[in-house]
Design a protein. Structure first.
Length: 477
């Protein structure tokens, strides 16, 4: 594509050239690329312009005017313009797909997987971007972050289209919204799951965090809005959302559910409203998963893909690190969950009370370099809702693990709490002291396959460690 066509409406200095790709990472520039200098919180792409040119960049997009040996697009905000430029370069792929964007503090990942699983059960191909993985059809790669850069999003959409997809499901993080990563994307549906304390280290306060989430609906204006009517903040979203289809259990909504049975293997519900169906079994436990399912079903209804819902629901698979269980012959219920906000942790612990036969044992920590105000809340919730608390490390990152643990302990009044800083040892201890009927909750890291200590990532999986501990105890052959 010619630079003049790509940058239509923007200020261009220099002669017209052919642009064969777009790159925001100077280390990955290929000959003929437009290099976009992004200004981030830790670095500034303008410092790497020379390297990009050396690698063959045919043009630049910058915020700072200067003398450059290649043509330049001058803009006020390169992040904001990257999405538009990328969408134009890739032929506006989101207008050829039914794009579903899901935002909220908790539930984004599970809801997106539910939608994808139920579409796949109907033989439908879809793209998926989220916290765990980026997928085109059945081909997935490990996710770098929940919402990637706008140019990556546009490229993934093109790949999905080329693979025959009609649908594209993506998690939309608050940082992704604030950093313009969804610029250039047209949304068929925008979903709001829930809102609670998170990312204070990024947004500074709850109001900024909430306003970032609301922008999905107020600024990007999906054709349809799917709103959790039971969330206390739903009115804030309803004020700006268009073509609203609501869901809920307690409050009047367009789609509602009545729980008729629940155990650790799943939940049976009757649905009313947009879809009327009795005895629908959701093969994931917990009331939070009923809400995720209601959101997913509302989206399927809008896509006209909600027929035969009983069978579709049974196609839903366990999501890695989201109430993920490990079958064993010792009768110990081991649950791995990503819950890393106080509300998610409280919801998790409240839900397992319904399934408990004996004790609830929680193994948890808190992430370093993140909102320290959450730490004593984790301790308080664990003490209130579990019988045994084992405090350990999560991802301490650049912080001393013992300092993080000390912050957690401020929320615990009992002197019976067990402190084991080494997470592997903590998981082994929990499984070794467990009796048949106990529930062990490994909380905070979920699907992650690493532990970050002193800013270095070491291989670590709660699932693999728990599996090893269960095998050593003889609970698994």
């Amino acid at each position: 594509m010619r630079l003049s066509e790509l940058a239509q409406g923007l200020k261009i200095l220099g002669h017209d050239v052919e642009v064969t790709g777009i790159s925001y990472d100077s280390r990955r520039v290929s000959k003929g690329d437009l290099f976009v200098a992004l200004k981030g919180r830790k670095t500034d792409g303008h410092l790497h312009i020379h390297e990009a040119i050396e690698r063959g960049a045919s043009a630049l997009m910058v915020q700072k005017e200067g003398r450059y040996p290649v043509p330049v697009i001058i803009v006020n905000n390169t992040r904001e313009c990257l999405g538009l430029i990328s969408a134009r370069f890739f032929g506006f792929p989101s207008t050829k797909l039914k794009v579903v964007g899901i935002t909220g503090t908790n539930g984004k990942t599970t809801t997106s997987f539910m939608i994808r699983d139920m579409l796949q059960a109907q033989g439908e191909n879809s793209g998926l971007l989220g916290t765990i993985s980026y997928c085109v059809g059945n081909r997935c790669i490990e996710a770098g972050r929940t919402t990637p850069e706008s140019s990556d999003i546009q490229e993934f959409m093109v790949k999905a289209l080329n693979d025959g997809a009609q649908y594209f499901i993506m998690e939309v993080s608050s940082a992704g919204i604030e950093e313009y990563r969804i610029e250039g994307t047209s949304f068929f549906a925008g979903c709001f799951t829930n809102f609670s304390r998170e990312h204070m280290e990024y947004h500074g306060n709850m109001e900024n965090y909430l306003n970032a989430k609301i922008k999905l609906f107020s600024k990007y204006k999906p054709a349809y809005s799917v709103i959790n009517r039971d969330d206390p903040y739903s009115n804030k979203f309803l004020e700006v959302a268009t073509n609203v289809h609501s869901y809920g259990i307690r409050n009047k909504a367009d789609l509602s559910a009545e729980v008729t049975h629940s155990d650790i293997h799943g939940t049976t519900v009757n649905l009313h409203g947009l879809v009327n169906e009795k005895d629908v079994f959701i093969p994931l436990p917990g009331i939070f998963n009923v809400y995720n399912f209601l959101c997913a079903v509302t989206v399927l209804h809008l896509l006209d893909r909600d027929k035969g819902l009983k069978e579709l629901a049974r196609s839903i698979k366990q999501v890695p690190g989201r109430f993920q269980t490990i079958e064993n012959k010792c009768g110990i219920n081991v649950v791995i969950d990503y819950a890393h906000t106080p509300e998610a942790m409280e919801n998790l612990l409240q839900n397992v009370q319904k399934y408990r036969i004996n004790r609830v044992i929680t193994v948890f920590g808190a992430g370093g370099d993140r909102d320290p105000g959450k730490r004593p809340l984790f301790g308080q919730i664990a003490e209130k809702l579990s019988d045994i608390q084992i405090v350990t490390s999560d991802n301490p990152r650049s912080e001393p693990p013992l300092k993080i643990i000390e912050d957690i302990l401020k929320g615990i009044r009992s002197n019976k709490v067990i402190v084991i800083p080494d997470r592997r040892e903590a998981i082994f201890h929990a499984i070794n002291i467990a009796n048949s009927g106990d529930i062990i909750l490994l909380i905070g890291k979920g699907h992650e396959n690493y532990q970050e200590i002193n800013s270095v990532r070491y291989p670590f999986s709660d699932y693999e460690v728990a599996l090893e501990a269960l095998k050593e105890r003889g609970c698994i052959q």
